[in-house]
Design a protein around this ligand. Structure first.
Ligand SMILES: [Zn+2]
Ligand SMILES: [Zn+2]
Length: 98
């Protein structure tokens, strides 16, 4: 009686086409566009594609930084140590200012 057929599917704008070009972050499992990922290797020794989005990378650095020393911050994907310069590339300004 009260069903409105025009409402069904009309607000559903999920587009399958945009799945292309998205990368799934290995940390938060979100599908994000490539611009959300680092364009350079996380550390000088990283051999893998960057599957950690910048947000997770930033978070990982911040949490490592709060519990460890500068020289024990690691890549979330391969556990290589980040150099001071690597950290500087990816950490947000607040983390770096501490
Ligand atoms: Zn992520
Ligand atoms: Zn790595």
């Amino acid at each position: 009686m009260y069903s409105d057929p025009s409402a069904i599917g009309s607000s559903d704008t999920t587009d399958t086409a945009t799945q292309e070009g998205l990368i799934q972050c290995c940390v938060c499992m979100e599908n994000r566009e490539t611009e959300y990922y680092p364009t350079i290797p996380i550390t000088d020794n990283c051999w893998h594609p960057n599957l950690t989005c910048l947000r997770c990378l930033e978070y990982s650095i911040a949490s490592d930084h709060s519990s460890k020393m500068w020289d024990d911050i690691r890549c979330p994907q391969c556990a290589q140590h980040l150099s001071y310069q690597n950290v500087k590339n990816f950490a947000d300004e607040n983390t770096f200012a501490q």
